[in-house]
Design a protein around this ligand. Structure first.
Ligand code: GDP
Length: 548
């Protein structure tokens, strides 16, 4: 039992995600953060855990073959009086939709840049999602042990391309073979020396303790120490000092440096997360009875404080069939408030269904454990049999509804067919299951009996075919469809339902519904989408849909 009050428990949570372009070092950094946080004992443990899990779950074969991680999960650890929840996001760009949804559950993001490459395309995309959702960003510039770009050029790139004030917390002394360490900016000139790994050695050599820069001559050659002192003066005059308020408001990013692989700069990063990343945020929501409730009161806008008594939260991901012997589904539930106890009953806002959460799972880095209690900011896995869907809001009263979990219009649309026609009904169920999980999107044209499956990337179709085979015993083929884009349709501005029906009537063969029965227009080309938007100003065609 916790001796802390509910608001104190919430206030010590740090729920964050790491965003990076593939290969920038996200996996390596995750591992070393867990190491620094005392959550795993040896480097390599994260992968080992992954292998274990893969061995138990057939469908992840594809992950193994491709050497990529396609599922997002969470790792929880306690360090220095704080509870850290690290949300793991898949790195491959085909799975960016999953990543976007995971970010809805994060209060802070660590943006990892490769010191030689700076901002890369995927960094930019993910950054934009963070900005849209007001998620503050801590920057970690990785791979200093390799030849890096000029540090000032890297900071200029952050300022110019992201319109974000970089505030260096440390300053590196060279990079690659000449990397000597880093000095604290705006402090008392503390210097953290770096030790190279001796050539041919498999042992990691620890880095010496920090000391005042003036006393660190032994770590430099030639004029290096004087050069660093001069650089520090320029840096302190040239960049704004760290301002936590500006950071929380998304105008500033503290910049830290290091080498994930050589465990350099990691303690400093973890300390920054603990001190600066925000605790669980106050979330906007609506108080609303489930649809079709008789005499339901008018819905009202509310804000949910993390320290509020009632347990509330939302499902941002569903992981299915981790154990192929049981058709299990684990809904990843991000708590927004309250003090959760095992065995508690929670209600789903949009269906009014109640479920007893008897076997919630907490994902500790080293193992999975039953969660006895949890607080705002925590993520618990709730096993269920398809009752919970991505975007569902859960609460004790069943009246709290969080919005804002986006669905993105898919970029590839294909027709799916099962080879054995007797299994068509079976296929429908399986496709719906995968769409509920958010693996792919499913569109049911109003005419005909086809299913159109949409995905952000080609790899999703492969994962899907694999899972349909392994988990549902269905042999399917994907075929090209005549459609290039899917757009959600709704009346625009002063448009009405009648305008929508008028439009749908004219384009009947291209109208479909998604898994929630929302109308969707299947366009044959981007040109057609543009043409239709111009011709029907009273309806809107949108690329994202907020679920929940
Ligand atoms: P991810 O795709 O972002 O998850 O990147 P990984 O963590 O898998 O790293 C990609 C590659 O970069 C791997 O070969 C890592 O060993 C390497 N790497 C990661 N961090 C560092 C670092 O700090 N220094 C060096 N030299 N290599 C690194």
């Amino acid at each position: 039992m916790s001796k802390l009050t509910l608001p104190e428990e919430a206030a010590r949570r740090r729920t964050f995600a790491i965003i990076a372009h593939p290969d920038a070092g996200k996996t390596t950094l995750t591992e070393h953060i867990l190491l620094a946080g005392g959550a795993v004992r040896a480097a390599g443990a994260v992968k080992a855990r992954g292998d274990n899990r893969r061995a138990r779950s057939d469908w992840m074969k594809i992950e193994k073959e491709r050497g990529i991680s396609v599922t997002a999960s969470v790792m929880t650890f306690e360090h220095d009086g704080k509870m850290f929840n690290l949300l793991d996001t898949p790195g491959h760009e085909d799975f960016s939709e999953d990543t976007y949804r995971t970010l809805t559950a994060a209060d802070c993001a660590i943006m990892v840049l490769d010191a030689a490459k700076g901002i890369e395309p995927q960094t930019l995309k993910l950054f934009e999602v963070c900005r849209l959702r007001d998620i503050p960003i801590i920057t970690f510039i990785n791979k200093l042990d390799r030849e890096a770009q000029d540090p000032m050029a890297l900071l200029d790139e952050i300022a110019n391309r992201l319109q974000l004030d970089p505030s260096p917390i440390w300053w590196p002394a060279e990079s690659g073979n000449r990397l000597r360490g880093m000095v604290q900016v705006g402090g008392d000139g503390r210097f953290q020396p770096y030790t190279k790994k001796p050539a041919g050695s498999t042992e990691d050599v620890p880095h010496p303790a920090a000391l005042p820069l003036g006393e660190a001559a032994q770590y430099f050659e030639g004029s290096e120490q004087a050069d660093l002192t001069d650089a520090l003066e320029l840096v302190e005059a040239g960049y704004k000092p760290f301002d936590r308020q500006a950071f929380l408001e998304g105008h500033m990013t503290p910049v830290l440096w290091g080498s994930a692989l050589r465990h350099f700069g990691i303690e400093e990063l973890l300390k920054a997360i603990g001190e600066w990343a925000p605790p669980p945020k106050v979330m906007p929501a609506r108080k609303e009875a489930p649809p079709e409730t008789r005499n339901a009161p008018t819905p009202e806008d509310i804000t949910v404080e993390p320290g509020r008594d009632e347990v509330t939260g939302f499902v941002f991901k569903v992981q299915a069939n981790m154990d192929p012997n049981h058709r299990d589904r684990i809904a990843m539930f991000r708590m927004a408030s309250g003090s959760f106890k095992r065995g508690m009953k929670l209600k789903v806002q949009n269906t009014g269904k109640q479920l007893s959460v008897n076997a919630p799972i907490m994902f500790f880095a080293s193992d999975r454990e039953l969660a006895e209690d949890a607080y705002a900011g925590d993520v618990i896995g709730i096993p269920n049999h398809g009752v919970l869907r991505v975007g569902d809001s859960l609460s004790e009263s069943g009246l709290v509804r969080f919005a804002g979990l986006p669905n993105f219009a898919p970029e590839i649309l294909q027709r799916v067919r099962v080879k054995d026609p007797l299994k068509a009904k079976h296929l429908k169920k399986a496709l719906e299951g995968l769409a509920e999980e958010g693996v792919t999107q499913l569109f049911r044209p109003e005419l005909g009996s086809d299913f159109i499956v949409g995905a952000v990337g080609q790899l999703q179709f492969e994962v899907m075919a694999d899972r349909l085979g392994e988990e549902y015993n269905l042999d399917v083929v994907f075929e090209p469809s005549p459609y290039a884009e899917a757009r959600w349709v709704a009346p625009a501005g002063d448009g009405t339902r009648a305008d929508l029906e008028d439009f749908a009537g004219k384009y009947r063969p291209q109208m479909a519904v998604d898994i929630d029965q929302n109308p969707v227009f299947l366009a044959k080309s981007a040109w057609e989408t543009g043409y239709v938007s111009e011709r029907f100003p009273k309806i809107s065609l949108t690329k994202t849909k907020e679920r929940g």
